[in-house]
Design a protein around this ligand. Structure first.
Ligand code: ATP
Length: 231
C-alpha cells in the first residue's frame, strides 16, 4: 500500500505543498485534481524524488522518502511526465525501451504495451516526433509501464488531446485499472473524466488537500467548491 503523511514540497524558499496525507491500497487509482498551480505536479514530483520534500512516503515496506529518485524508481515508482518528454528523433520502440532501464520483474514487456496501445506496435519503427499528441501520450504511459511499476504516476493524462483521443487513452487506463494491482495516481484536468477514472479523488487547493473521498457517489458540487476555494 501507499501511505503518505505530512508531505511538504519546496522550490528553494517557496513551499508548494503543505502537509498532504494520502493512503491507497494495491489496485487503487487516485484522481488528483485542482486548478492550475494547485500543486498536482509538485505532489507527483515529491513522491518520485524530483523536488525537495519533507514528510513520510511509504510504498509497501519501502521508505521512499529515504531514497534518491533513482532508488525510488528501482523500488517501483514510475512517472509519465507532463509534456510527455520523449526523444523525438528516436523510434517509438526505442522510447519505450528507455522505460525498461530501471526495471522490476513483472508482466510488462514491449508486446504487452503494444497490446494495450496497438497503434504503438504499428508505428514501432517511426520516430516519436512524427506521432500525434495522443499517440505520444500513449508512448509516455507505455514507457512508464515498461518499468513494471508498483506505483504509476500519470501527469496531465489528456492535456491538449482531442476528446475522442482522450477517451481512447482513458479506455486503455480503465483496462489497466481492472487488471492490475498497481497503484495509480492520475492528474486529469477534466474533473468529470478524473472522477470516472478513479477509485478515490484528492482535490488540492494552493498546495493543501481541500477535499478527498471515494469517486463513487462523489458530490460534484462540493468538488467544484473545493476546486475554486469557495466556502
Ligand atoms: P498545472 O496544472 O499548472 O501544472 P499544478 O497543480 O501541477 O499546476 P504545480 O506545477 O505543482 O501545480 O505548481 C505548484 C506551485 O509551485 C505553483 O505556484 C508553481 O508556480 C510552483 N512551481 C512549480 N514548479 C516550480 C519550479 N520549478 N520552481 C518554482 N516554483 C515552481
Amino acid at each position: 500500500m501507499l501511505e503518505i503523511r505530512g508531505l511538504d514540497a519546496f522550490y528553494g524558499d517557496f513551499q508548494a505543498l503543505f502537509g498532504v496525507d494520502l493512503s491507497l491500497q494495491p489496485g487503487q487509482t487516485l484522481a488528483l485534481i485542482g486548478a492550475n498551480g494547485a500543486g498536482k505536479s509538485s505532489f507527483l514530483h515529491a513522491i518520485c524524488g524530483m523536488t525537495q520534500a519533507r514528510g513520510s512516503v511509504r510504498l509497501g515496506d519501502t521508505d521512499l522518502a529515504a531514497l534518491p529518485a533513482v532508488g525510488r524508481a528501482a523500488a517501483g515508482v514510475a512517472l509519465s511526465p507532463e509534456g510527455r518528454r520523449m526523444f523525438l528523433s528516436l523510434s517509438v520502440r526505442e522510447n519505450l525501451l528507455m522505460g525498461a532501464n530501471v526495471r522490476r520483474r513483472g508482466p510488462w514487456t514491449l508486446d504487452r504495451v503494444t497490446g494495450l496501445f496497438p497503434i504503438l506496435g504499428e508505428f514501432a519503427d517511426r520516430p516519436a516526433g512524427l506521432l500525434s499528441g495522443g499517440q505520444q501520450q500513449m508512448v509516455a504511459i507505455g514507457r512508464a509501464l515498461m518499468a513494471n511499476p508498483a506505483l504509476l504516476l500519470l501527469d496531465e493524462v489528456s492535456l491538449g488531446l482531442a476528446p475522442v483521443v482522450a477517451q481512447e487513452v482513458h479506455a486503455a487506463l480503465a483496462m489497466l485499472r481492472d487488471q492490475s494491482e498497481m497503484i495509480t495516481i492520475m492528474v486529469e484536468q477534466d474533473v468529470n473524466r478524473a472522477i470516472a477514472a478513479g477509485d478515490r479523488f484528492l482535490c488540492l487547493l494552493e498546495g493543501r488537500a481541500a477535499l478527498t473521498g471515494p469517486c463513487a457517489g462523489a458530490d460534484l458540487d462540493a468538488i467544484g467548491r473545493a476546486y475554486f476555494g469557495e466556502d
